[in-house]
Design a protein around this ligand. Sequence first.
Ligand code: 6R9
Length: 651
Amino acid sequence: MSNETLSNLLHEERRFPPSEEFAAHAVAKADLYEQAQADRLGFWDEQARALSWAQPWTQTLDWTNPPFAKWFVGGTLNVAYNCVDRHVEAGNGDRVAIHFEGEPGDTRTLTYAELQREVSKAANALTALGVQAGDRVAIYLPMIPEAIVSMLACARIGAPHSVVFGGFSSSALRSRIEDADARVVITADGGYRRGAPAALKPAVDEAVDGLDAVRSVLVVRRTGQDVAWTDRDVWWHEALEAADDVHEAQPFDAEHPLFILYTSGTTGKPKGILHTSGGYLTQAAYTHRNVFDLRPERDVYWCTADIGWVTGHSYIVYGPLANGATQVIYEGTPDTPHRGRFWEIVQKYGVTQLYTAPTAIRTFMKWGDDIPAEFDLSSLRVLGSVGEPINPEAWVWYRRVIGGDRTPVVDTWWQTETGAMMISPLPGVTAAKPGSAQVALPGIGIDVLDDEGHPVPNGSGGYLVLTEPWPSMLRGIWGDDERYKETYWSRFKGMYFAGDGAKKDEDGDIWLLGRVDDVMNVSGHRLSTTEIESALVSHPKVAEAAVVGATDETTGQAVCAFVILRGDAGYDESQADAVIKELRDHVAHEIGPIAKPRQVMVVAELPKTRSGKIMRRLLRDVAENRQVGDVTTLADSTVMDLIKQGLSTGK
Ligand code: 6R9
C-alpha cells in the first residue's frame, strides 16, 4: 500500500494515558510484554496454568505440520469444569454467574452453584438422548440463560456445539446442520425482539424436515407461543426435570474439538471455523482478565453481543466464566422499550465493564447525549469495542459520554478464526490513541506486509498478518483442510493472512483499515473505506457513513459515500446540494483531494448484517447502478428498497 495514500490516517493527536490510580491497581502489568518477549511459549505455559488440568501437557506447541497446530500436547481438561465447578469448589458457589435481563423486563439470577446444577442436568439430559463425545449439537436459541447452559453442557460431555445465530433463516440453519452433521438441535419456542415474541421453532421444523440424522430437537419454553410438535421434539424443561443434577465431568484432550462456528467468507459457502479446548480456553481467559482488568470478586461485566457470534462464545461464555466473573446478559435490542435501555441496565446492575460494537456506539451518538445522561454510569471502569474499526470521534464520544471521561477504552481486534483477542491496548498500561487498536497482546506476533511480503516501515500500510501460531487459533475449516490452507496460509509463506488492511503509524501502533476487499484504488492511490468514513463521521452533521469504491472509467475506482445525517443537523431537502458539497469539501480537507467522494448520498438507513457489519457489496451495486445482489444476510432486507426509493426521489 502506498505511503501517501495512507499517511493521512490520522492526524489524530489526542492521547489518553492511564490515570495513576488505575495503573497502580491494574491487573495487567507492563512486564507481561517482556515476559512474552523473553520466552513466548513459557509465557503461554504460564497462562495455561491459570486453568485446572486433569493431566498436565508435555509439549506447549507442536508446529511440525503447519498450518495444523497442536497446543498443550498431552494435556487433558474439561472446559465446563473450568468454567463452573472449580469456582464452586473454591467456595464461590454463591457468587452470581449470570444476571439475566429479558427484553420484557423479566429477570433471573444464576449463581455458580445453580449454574453447576443446570449444566449437570443438561449434560445428563443430552447423554440420555444418546449424545456422545464427538457428536455435534446445533444450538439455535435467543439470548437466554439456557443458551449458555446448553453450550457448557455440550462442552462438558465433549460434544462440539455449532451455535447458529437466532436471526438466521431456516435455510441457513439447515445448511449448517447438514455441514456439521448435527445429531441434536437445541432451540426455543421463540424469544422476545422489539417488544414482541418472535418464533424460532418453525424455522427449526423447516430446517430439519427430512434430515434423518437429527435425532432429537430439544425445545426451551421461553415465550409460551404455540408450537407444532413431532416425535423427535422434547421439551427442555421435561428433559432437565428428569435428569440428575450431579454429573461427573470427564477430562478431554487439549485438542478435543470444542465448537464449530460458521462465518461468511469471500465465496457463498460459509466456513465452519473449528476451535478446540485447551488453547482456546487459555487465551479466552487470559485476554478477558487482562484486557478488561477483571476483578471477579466485585466486577459486573457486560458484553452486549449475541452468543451466535464469536464474541458471545469467547467473551460471554468461555472467557468470563473461566475467570469466575459475574456478568449481565440481555435478551433484546437497545431501543426496547426505550433508547436508554442499555444505560438503565448499567445503572441497575452496577456494570463495571461494557463490551460492545462501534455500530452500536455510533447509534447511541446519533440518539444524543441526553439519553445516557439520565442514568448513573459511574460504576463503569473499562469500555471495550469490537467488530469493526472504531472511528476516533466515536471512540472519544464513548469515553466521554459513557465513560465519564474517566474509563480506558480498549479497541480489540480479532476474528472468529483467531478465537480470542489479538491486538488491543492494555488498560492501565497503554497510553490510548482513539481509533487505533495499537499493539499485539503479549504472546501474539503480528506484522504488516507489503504486496511482496516484506514488513512495511512505520508510517506505511499493507496487509495484516499473524506471524506466530497462537493458542486460540482455528484448527481448520470443518471438513475442508484445503480451503483452510488456501484461505489463510497461502498469501504469505508461513504466516496467517487475516484479510484486513492495516497501517503502522510513526510509533509502530496499528490502525485497522477494514477488510482488504474494502480497500479502494482511485487513480492508483489506495484509499481505505474506513479512513474516509472516519473523516465523514468527524463532521458534526454526520451520524454514520459507509464508503464504497465504485468502478469509474477514468480513475479506476471512485469514492461513493452513503451518509446518515444526525437528527439535530436541521437538514431538509432544499439544502441537499449545499450539505453534499460541504461533506465532499470536508473529506478533501481532512484527508486530501484524492479522497473527495465523487458522490455523497444522504440515506435514512445503511444495509447491515445481523452482526452489525455494513454490507458494502450492496452499496456498490447501488453506486454502480446495478441490480442489487443477494440481500438474505441483511438484518433488515427492506433497507435496500428504502435506499433506492429515497435516491430515485431525490431524498
Ligand atoms: C470479533 C469479530 C472479524 C473481522 C476482522 C475485521 C473486523 C473486528 C475489529 C475489526 C477493526 C477492530 N474487526 N474487530 N476491525 N478493529 N477492533 O468481530 O469477529 O465477526 O469474525 O469479524 O471484523 O475486519 O477481520 P468476526
